[in-house]
Design a protein around this ligand. Structure first.
Ligand code: NDP
Length: 499
């Protein structure tokens, strides 16, 4: 199926500048200026404090998913480059960073945090160009949270002996960190900030489709005067990630991405003595009870699955709604979706941006088609998709049964599967009927019910009357097929210490 047939199936999602029809008024286009970013035609690897080409000289393009136009060529790291990066990280660890007092490490982390804030517009625009996410999200969520992670961990750097890990906790050494494309800068911050605060050095492998903000972060580290080799960025394909995690010079592996690759990494690391944390996929239940405030719950459902085009590991991709209020909730949900604005990620009015890659778009289409073929009912608001780029309309499936693929598999797109329940026990049973265990949401006005559910939901994070809330002080992570280990808070710090 091509993008044209998605558009036909759904009729017309509002594009920037179109009249909403019913309301009879319109948003004027409000594009953020792309000129706040100066794109280079070529980007190098960041090793030992300097940008330079890959040993092979190979480059790969990174494209703007909203237009399919190339943004830049980026150096493709091979084994030799990964080896050089790990050696630089090892030398920086042994010679400088692990010996530096925490008070001094904190100075660098505070500097990086402040530079992220100072250059926030540049980061937000670059993230939206490379990833396709709306500028409103990169500006208001990704970049401020990334800065917050550096501020938070800067605060820990000189207080590690008071963190409850014994009188003088030691760092692990060199951390090999592999991150995905859904929150490129934020995932870099989640990985790098605690590692550096604890006294480790890093080699970071960004996702192939979104390398640019990690390289801008490297530039910020240079600007902050971070000693050479403390952070290294090896852009490239999955093979560069594989070379990094299996490199004998790496002491700690941290990975965020698909469950499939997570399992491969676990196999590669098994028996090596390397520490490992895996933050993998999810199929979270967002549970709405009959006493929930409907308007707030609908906002939570929309935020749960349509934030970041649903490219969120903890997305509330299964809505479990109590049968007695299902019609009312779904009616309000449809009304709300009808006024979401899909289009130019750089427009400040945009709610839903582009799908990150053709490969991901194909996966979303394939699973959505499977949903229809298996008998679920598909609905999208009237919606016209742009002619170029990778787009998918917000989509809701009703009549979903637990055996359907769309109720079991991570779609990682703006697709919601709706199931109903009658009793709290049934809600728990359905919510837990997944191999994943990353997150869940509960909407009810009863505090006792929230606590009852939180004890029974097998998920690393349970949000109550809210969804997709993140804070650097709050540990995040899952179990079962969602991985293990925590990021954020004291727990996340512990993952980078020899404790
Ligand atoms: P991957 O898990 O393949 O990618 C995540 C990161 O791992 C990327 O940097 C990738 O590099 C790298 N990588 C790939 N193969 C290896 C390997 N063998 N060893 C080490 N690193 C490797 O996710 P995809 O981007 O392919 O997405 C596939 C699916 O995964 C999505 O459709 C979605 O369902 C799920 N996903 C889940 C995420 C989550 O946070 N839970 C995040 C991203 C995806 P490269 O980009 O070059 O391939």
């Amino acid at each position: 199926m091509d993008s044209g047939s998605d558009a036909e199936r759904t009729g017309t999602v509002l594009m920037q500048g179109q009249v909403t029809g019913q309301a009879g008024w319109d948003y004027a286009p409000a594009p953020e200026a792309a000129s706040s970013v100066t794109l280079a035609s070529e980007y190098g690897l960041f090793i030992n404090g300097e940008f330079g080409p890959a040993a092979s000289g190979r480059l790969f393009p990174t494209v703007n998913p909203a237009t399919e136009e190339p943004l830049a060529q980026v150096a493709e790291a091979g084994e030799e480059d990964v080896d050089r990066a790990v050696a630089a990280a090892r030398a920086a660890y042994a010679g400088v960073w692990s010996r530096m007092p925490g008070t001094e490490r904190a100075v660098y982390l505070y500097r990086i945090a402040r530079l992220l804030q100072e250059r926030s517009r540049e980061f937000a625009v670059l993230e939206s160009l490379d990833n396709g996410k709306p500028i409103r999200e990169s500006r208001d969520v990704d970049v401020p949270l990334a800065a917050a992670h550096f501020f938070y961990h800067a605060g820990w750097a000189d207080k590690l002996e008071h963190a409850g890990f014994g009188p003088s906790p030691r760092p692990l050494g060199v951390a090999g960190q592999v991150i995905p494309w859904n929150f490129p800068l934020l995932m870099a911050a989640w990985k790098v900030a605690p590692a550096l605060a604890a006294g480790n050095t890093c080699v970071l492998k960004p996702a192939e489709t979104t390398p640019l903000t990690a390289l801008l972060l490297a530039e910020v580290c240079q600007q902050a005067g971070l000693p050479p080799g403390v952070l290294n960025v090896t852009t490239g394909a999955g093979s560069a990630g594989a070379a990094l995690v299996s490199h004998p010079g790496v002491d700690k592996v941290a990975f965020t991405g698909s469950t499939e690759v997570g399992k491969e990494i676990q196999r590669a690391v098994a028996g090596t003595g390397k520490r490992l944390t895996l933050e993998l996929g999810g199929k979270a239940a967002n549970i709405v009870f009959d006493d929930a405030p409907v308007e707030a719950a609908v906002e939570g459902i929309v935020n749960g699955i349509f934030f970041n085009q649903g490219h969120v590991c903890c997305a509330g991709s299964r809505l479990l709604v109590q049968e007695s209020v299902a019609d009312a909730v779904l009616g309000r949900l449809r009304d709300r979706l009808a006024v979401l604005r899909l289009g130019d990620p750089l427009d400040k009015n945009t709610d839903i941006g582009a799908i990150n890659s053709r490969q991901q778009l194909d996966k979303i289409r394939e699973l959505s088609d499977a949903g229809e073929a298996e008998g679920a009912e598909r609905w999208s608001p009237p919606c016209r998709l742009p002619d170029r780029g990778f787009w998918f309309p917000p989509t809701v499936f009703t009549g979903v049964s637990q055996s359907h693929r769309i109720a079991r598999e991570e779609i990682f797109g703006p697709v919601l599967s709706v199931l109903t329940f009658r009793t709290p026990a049934e809600a728990v049973a359905k919510a837990n009927n997944t191999p994943y265990g990353l997150s869940a949401g509960v909407w009810t006005e009863k505090g006792s019910r929230i606590l009852w559910l939180a004890q029974r939901l097998r998920a690393g994070v349970v949000w109550a009357n809210t969804y997709n809330r993140f804070d650097p002080a709050s540990p995040f992570g899952g179990y079962r097929e969602s991985g293990f280990g925590r990021e954020g808070g004291r727990h996340g710090l512990g993952a980078y210490l020899d404790v």
